[in-house]
Design a protein. Structure first.
Length: 332
């Protein structure tokens, strides 16, 4: 069973500051309230990226958005958080498995399973799906499956999920990491080495300097996070890398294979609900070219850019990314 974290709006208005750290050490299904009243605001469903799990949304974003009336839910992919790998002992998970898990999770929010999570969503809830980093690319593959021309599977109909919007934050672009890696090599061999060492050699788990550079930006004195938080997050990264995405398999199935040669657009964008793409000024992992590629793929003229490192949902500048979400979903 997948690890799921929920956070629902309180019955009475509650200060976001009071809710901010409710989930700071939570690693399982829980709620902030037993409220079951109907809410017309969409449910925000969050999907994490590599080295992370659902906890990354629970520290700041979920309590904040719940305080504004948005039910929130996040789940951990196979091999991260408290979600086991389905294939015993496997160290790699194929993208198709992640997509299938995401689909089952979203369909569950639209049926009686939602009641067991305490979300009080009512019938046919509106869902805004928000993904970060590799979670964004997983969402692109799910959209391809649900809205693509080759979807002839009646069990995977977009009608089964009331998708009100999609947000991709610091997402791995449709072409994957390959082109970005080459750009980093041309710009800075040192930065390219840090990215490779941090992820492939997993030094982000043990090297605080690399961990800061990749995910969190500057030091505590430079609007970054404390050493204590870095060490805490590294302990989570250790647990959340039991199994990682199978990059060899993914390379054969990248979303960019479907993109229009001239425009870079996905062939199914006209069938999608509203989409927003967010990039970060100090993203060490996903460069501006990658963010622009994602925006084009999703049919947008340009992305939203916020003042933040890669982990937009953590650290002192988490509210910048949250504001971008609010700006994008306000009319939904």
């Amino acid at each position: 069973m997948a690890e799921v974290i929920t956070c629902i709006p309180p019955k009475k208005t509650t200060s976001p500051d009071m809710l901010e750290n409710i989930f700071s050490s939570l690693f399982g299904t829980d709620n902030t309230s037993s409220s079951s009243s109907k809410n017309n605001k969409p449910t925000l469903a969050f999907l994490h990226g590599s080295f992370h799990a659902s906890w990354c949304w629970a520290e700041k974003y979920m309590p904040y958005f719940a305080s504004l009336g948005y039910p929130c839910v996040a789940f951990s992919l196979q091999g991260t958080g408290g979600t086991p790998v389905m294939e015993m002992g496997a160290k790699k998970v194929k993208i198709a498995s992640h997509v299938a898990d995401l689909n089952a999770f979203l369909k569950g929010l639209s049926d009686d399973d939602a009641a067991s999570l305490g979300l009080g969503l009512g019938d046919d809830p509106k869902i805004v799906l928000i993904g970060h980093s590799f979670g964004g690319l997983t969402i692109m593959k799910w959209l391809e499956q649900m809205y693509g021309d080759n979807n002839d599977d009646n069990s995977n109909s977009p009608k089964d999920i009331n998708l009100a919007g999609v947000g991709l934050m610091c997402s791995v672009p449709p072409s994957g990491n390959g082109a970005m890696t080459m750009r980093f090599i041309r710009r800075s061999l040192v930065d390219a080495w840090k990215i490779t060492a941090g992820f492939v050699m997993k030094k982000a788990i043990t090297d605080k300097a690399i961990c800061r550079d990749l995910f969190f930006g500057g030091t505590e004195d430079d609007n970054g996070i404390s050493d204590e938080d870095v060490e805490r997050y590294q302990s989570y990264f250790q647990r959340d890398t039991v199994a990682t995405i199978d990059l060899g398999d993914l390379a054969k199935k990248l979303p960019s294979a479907l993109a229009d040669v001239e425009t870079g657009r996905a062939p199914f964008v006209d069938r999608l609900p509203p989409v927003f793409v967010v990039g970060a000024t100090e993203d060490f992992i996903v460069d501006r070219e990658g963010v622009d590629e994602t925006a084009r793929y999703m049919g947008l003229e340009e992305p939203l850019i916020v003042d933040s490192p890669h982990d937009v949902m953590l650290g002192r500048r988490w509210n910048n990314g949250a504001d971008a979400i609010l700006e994008s979903i306000g009319a939904l």
